[in-house]
Design a protein around this ligand. Structure first.
Ligand code: CUA
Length: 164
């Protein structure tokens, strides 16, 4: 079969471009620890208030025995609960989030805290914030008329200065 020289050249160029692009994606995915959410735990979203983990009294920030932090949150139209979250910097943090109603997303820009919150599933994200400060946290899945107002603040405090 005859393949024109120019054609051949373009086959090589497009193959190389594909390899470079897949390579870059892989490099950044591994380097920045970006991966799809893999937590397949299910929960009855209509009965969150009756569950052990996601009932109102159990929500919020907890420090574990090993010094790591767990944050339990509920996403519901139109807010994240509890509304004020304060966590220490440079500490491993496990976020566990469940939706009370429809599909939401949780996103804190420039961090890996970005996941869909699908009703019926528990979303889990492990992260660590290197610098203290206030971070916006917002919903990035359209969830209804109040979607644009569904956001709150995450405060990261210096671990040494805080009382956690
Ligand atoms: Cu919740 Cu958009």
């Amino acid at each position: 079969m005859h393949v024109d020289a120019t054609e051949k050249k373009w086959i090589y160029i497009s193959s190389i471009m594909t390899v470079i692009m897949v390579g870059l994606l892989t490099f950044y995915a591994i380097g920045d620890n970006i991966r799809p959410p893999s937590n397949g735990e299910t929960i009855d979203s209509t009965r969150l208030h009756l569950s052990d983990e996601f009932n109102e009294d159990n929500l919020g920030v907890k420090t574990n025995d090993d010094g790591s932090v767990s944050v339990t949150m509920v996403a519901a139209r139109y807010g994240f609960y509890p509304q004020r979250i304060e966590v220490p910097a440079n500490t491993p943090i496990k976020f566990r989030i469940a939706s009370f109603d429809v599909l939401h997303g949780i996103h804190v820009p420039f961090t890996n805290l970005s996941t869909m919150v699908v009703p019926g599933y528990i979303s889990e994200v492990n992260t660590e914030f290197p610098t203290s400060g206030e971070y916006p946290m917002f919903c990035n899945e359209y969830c209804g008329l109040g979607h644009d107002h569904m956001w709150s603040k995450l405060t990261v405090v210096d671990a040494a200065g805080g009382d956690q």
